[in-house]
Design a protein around this ligand. Structure first.
Ligand SMILES: C[S@@+](CC[C@H](N)C(=O)[O-])C[C@H]1O[C@@H](n2cnc3c(N)ncnc32)[C@H](O)[C@@H]1O
Length: 231
């Protein structure tokens, strides 16, 4: 495995371990990850598909930022959106799974926080241009053409001085890492992301290693991480 430009090791505790991953059945979990109904079925099958804890890389990169407006594309059950909202961000969170969004809304209500959750396909979604101080795209594993499309709109949404943070399962994870989709078609490379961010300045770009606790012991997953900003 190529040495990563940016290698961060974190405690495994805060990475979402799905029931499928926990049972070693991640192939089934990610097979044919294509439409909203299928994602609805996955979310409906279990009380919580992902951990409620925010992603470790989001915490590492966003903890010190001054809160403003944030946009979470493909937000799932809202773990990252909720974490940002609890820190004072005004968050818009978008996902095409009604079940995931309902769960996010329920969590927000229980925690007494406000997030603007929207059921929308991110391919069609046109966020308000130059309006968000932080745009995040986490584990949105789509075919590369669709990733480019989503990133184009994500870039448009970044306000002057704002940032875009993209984290996803990396192509190298297929042969050298744990979990994630078993199909190269939806795995990221650093270049896939950076090539789509022409209008932004790249702050960090590389592979990052993410420890994962599994019933079979500790494993390491390899993610793509790109942080960029509009100067
Ligand atoms: C692996 S989950 C990640 C969720 C969240 N970003 C997180 O890190 O917890 C991928 C999410 O992307 C959503 N998704 C996939 N394709 C989408 C699309 N075209 N439009 C909106 N949401 C989509 C799924 O419904 C799912 O909730």
């Amino acid at each position: 495995m190529a040495e990563s430009k940016l290698t961060i090791s974190f405690s495994a505790k805060s990475w979402p371990v799905t029931s499928a991953v926990a049972s070693g059945d991640q192939d089934e979990m990610y097979a044919a990850s294509v439409d909203a109904l299928e994602w609805d079925a996955r979310y409906s099958a279990i009380d919580s598909l992902w951990s409620e804890e925010p992603n470790v890389f989001l915490v590492a990169k966003a903890e010190g930022l001054t809160p403003g407006r944030a946009l979470d594309l493909g937000c799932g059950e809202g773990r990252n959106a909720l974490w940002l909202a609890e820190r004072g961000w005004e968050v818009t969170a978008v996902d095409f799974s009604q079940v995931a969004i309902d769960r996010g809304r329920g969590r927000a209500e229980r925690r007494g926080i406000s997030v603007d959750f929207q059921v929308t396909d991110v391919i069609d979604y046109r966020p308000e241009p130059a309006a968000f101080d932080l745009v995040i795209v986490f584990y949105l594993q789509l075919p590369h053409e669709e990733v480019r499309e989503v990133l184009e709109h994500a870039v448009d949404a970044v306000a002057p001085g704002g940032a875009l943070l993209v984290v996803a399962h990396d192509l190298d994870n297929l042969a050298h890492g744990y979990g994630g989709p078993p199909s190269a078609d939806v795995l990221y490379t650093v270049e896939l992301v950076t090539d789509s961010l022409e209008d932004l300045e790249i702050v960090e770009a590389g592979q990052v290693k993410r420890p994962v606790s599994t019933p079979a012991g500790d494993r390491v997953a390899i993610d793509t991480l790109v942080l960029a900003q509009r100067t």
